[in-house]
Design a protein around this ligand. Structure first.
Ligand SMILES: *Cc1c(COP(=O)(O)O)cnc(C)c1O
Length: 260
């Protein structure tokens, strides 16, 4: 059963219920991003904050957009599609950040601006075909399993070079870089190792053939670990609970993974 006691959720994130709440939460996340960037000698304007609105109702999403959110991440295609349809009057860029089954590729091709969880050539192929069909292209991040957990989605690090080499034939996919989820643990050094591994893989991929990895961005870091991710080179952090408030459901409701 889902519990609310894992390392990355819980009562520490107050629920945003007004525009002012969202303005405050977003400002506080941005301040922490800026501090982490400064600590690591980076420019805060180079770091993209992707607010993650999964499980959040459309009324509160409207408030978040009024408070300044211009893009939103969702990890389930059905939920993202419904929200995109009902909120089509808003100027929002939708990013799908969760595992995709091939039978949902058509939906992603229809509405998403970006897909951050590409981890199989089968999905790449079907997505490319659907995109060609509607005359669109899509930004994608290749998801890598950096935590060595059996149950997590994402490519094994050793499989990354061959996977990148196979992607250019899917011409509707524009590779932006890599995405990962770190271990869910309060043990910061182990979390940091996951982020470092992703950066190392990116650096190696660039050395081997920079054309295969586009801008080579790193999408890593969530509410519980985005500052560490920035210290380790994150270009995009995906933050849900620190903006919207704690979710009632634990992360193992969204990923087939055990929490620590
Ligand atoms: C839910 C989710 C996030 C954000 O997690 P929070 O704890 O809400 O910040 C980031 N990335 C992915 C892939 C997610 O599913």
């Amino acid at each position: 059963m889902p519990s609310i006691s894992d390392a990355s959720s819980g009562p520490g994130y107050p629920r945003a219920a007004t525009i002012d709440d969202f303005v405050r939460n977003i400002a506080s996340v941005r301040a922490r991003i800026a501090a982490a960037a400064e600590r690591s000698g980076r420019d805060t304007s180079d770091i993209r904050l992707l607010p993650v609105s999964k499980t959040v109702g459309e009324d509160r999403i409207r408030l978040a957009v009024q408070a300044g959110c211009r893009e939103l991440g969702e990890n389930k295609v059905q939920e993202a599609k419904r929200k995109q349809g009902n909120l089509a009057d808003l100027d929002v860029r939708w990013s799908v950040i969760g595992h995709l089954q091939t039978n949902k590729a058509r939906d992603v091709a229809a509405f998403a601006a970006e897909f951050q969880a590409l981890d199989s050539l089968r999905v790449a192929e079907v997505l490319d075909r659907r995109l060609q069909g509607v005359g669109r292209s899509l930004d994608v991040y290749v998801q890598v399993n950096t935590s060595a957990e059996e149950s997590k989605y994402g490519l094994e690090p050793a499989d990354v070079p061959a996977f990148l080499a196979a992607l250019p034939r899917y011409t509707a996919l524009r590779v932006r870089g890599f995405m990962t989820l770190a271990l869910f643990t309060a043990d910061t050094p182990r979390v940091r190792e996951c982020f470092r591994l992703l950066r190392t893989l990116r650096d190696r991929a660039r050395d081997a053939d920079p054309a295969l990895i586009g801008p080579g961005e790193l999408s890593m870091g969530m509410s519980g670990d985005y500052e560490v991710a920035i210290e380790e080179g994150a270009d995009c952090v995906r933050v849900g609970q620190a903006i919207f408030g704690a979710r009632a459901t634990a992360n193992d409701h969204y990923w087939p993974t055990s929490t620590e």
